[in-house]
Design a protein around this ligand. Structure first.
Ligand SMILES: Nc1ncnc2c1ncn2[C@@H]1O[C@H](COP(=O)(O)OP(=O)(O)O)[C@@H](O)[C@H]1O
Ligand SMILES: [Mg+2]
Length: 149
């Protein structure tokens, strides 16, 4: 089953990410898709803030992954938009860690994603409105969506 959430502001998206953070578990994988400017990084900011990470979150454009270790759980923030140029990057290694992985542009590496994960697709409606479609893969993620949405 898919779930839908309409965000009417940046604050809505931040709050939603905070609510998902409150249901976190070790090894959680969240895959974000959607056009440039649709709110993927805003979501990561909300999640990181709820984890107690104080760093300024920016898209890891040149590094593929940024590791934030200062919060309640390790957060691995990946932007795989340019992963083709870095084919050696062991993205799978991060999925096997106890921390939380959030990927921007995850659909570009669909073959390499774990079977159990939460997919979120962001759609731009107008300047301040975004529709988020949630697709849970696996029981843990279904329960999470049930709890939060
Ligand atoms: N409801 C909303 N949720 C998230 N971002 C929004 C929303 N409405 C407007 N925005 C704006 O859209 C942009 C989203 O940027 P960003 O999160 O960096 O996108 P992406 O990482 O998907 O490229 C920001 O400038 C933000 O202020
Ligand atoms: Mg981004």
């Amino acid at each position: 089953m898919n779930y839908k959430y309409t965000s009417k502001s940046v604050e809505d998206t931040l709050e939603l990410a905070q609510n998902i953070e409150s249901e976190k578990f070790p090894g959680m994988v969240i895959c974000l898709n959607g056009d440039l400017g649709s709110g993927k990084t805003v979501f990561v900011k909300g999640f990181a803030g709820a984890l107690g990470i104080e760093d300024n979150i920016t898209s890891p454009t040149f590094t593929i992954v940024k590791e934030y270790l200062g919060g309640e759980a390790p957060l691995y923030h990946m932007d795989v938009y340019r992963l083709d140029d870095n084919a050696d990057f062991g993205v799978e290694d991060y999925f096997n860690k106890d921390g939380i992985c959030i990927l921007e542009w995850a659909e570009l590496i669909e073959d390499r994603l774990p079977e159990e994960r939460l997919d979120i697709t962001f759609k731009i409606v107008d300047e301040n409105t975004r529709i988020l479609i949630f697709k849970p893969h696996g029981v843990q993620y279904e329960e999470l969506c049930d709890a939060v949405l």
